[in-house]
Design a protein around this ligand. Structure first.
Ligand SMILES: [Zn+2]
Length: 82
């Protein structure tokens, strides 16, 4: 009788853990854009640019453009890549 109790208890724990893992992996697999309602919300995703000198990423609106290249700051304009 006691053995039966433990078998039932372990089965319950395994079931609960598996349920929790499935819920976690499901949440991680869905990207934020794919969630219902996310498409209508105003998403502040800005295009990113990469500095031609130091390789740093920054918002495209803050980029310093020169000769068709993007730079993170005026100090890096026209400096060669490292
Ligand atoms: Zn830079």
């Amino acid at each position: 009788m006691r053995l039966l109790f433990w078998i039932a208890f372990i089965a319950l724990v395994v079931f609960a853990v598996r349920n929790k893992l499935r819920a976690m992996s499901k949440r991680a697999a869905v990207p934020p854009q794919a969630r219902p309602g996310a498409a209508k919300a105003p998403v502040q995703i800005e295009a990113m640019a990469q500095c031609d000198h130091c390789g740093m990423y920054f918002p495209a609106s803050e980029s310093v453009r020169a000769d068709g290249h993007d730079y993170c700051s005026p100090g890096h304009v026209r400096l060669p890549p490292p």
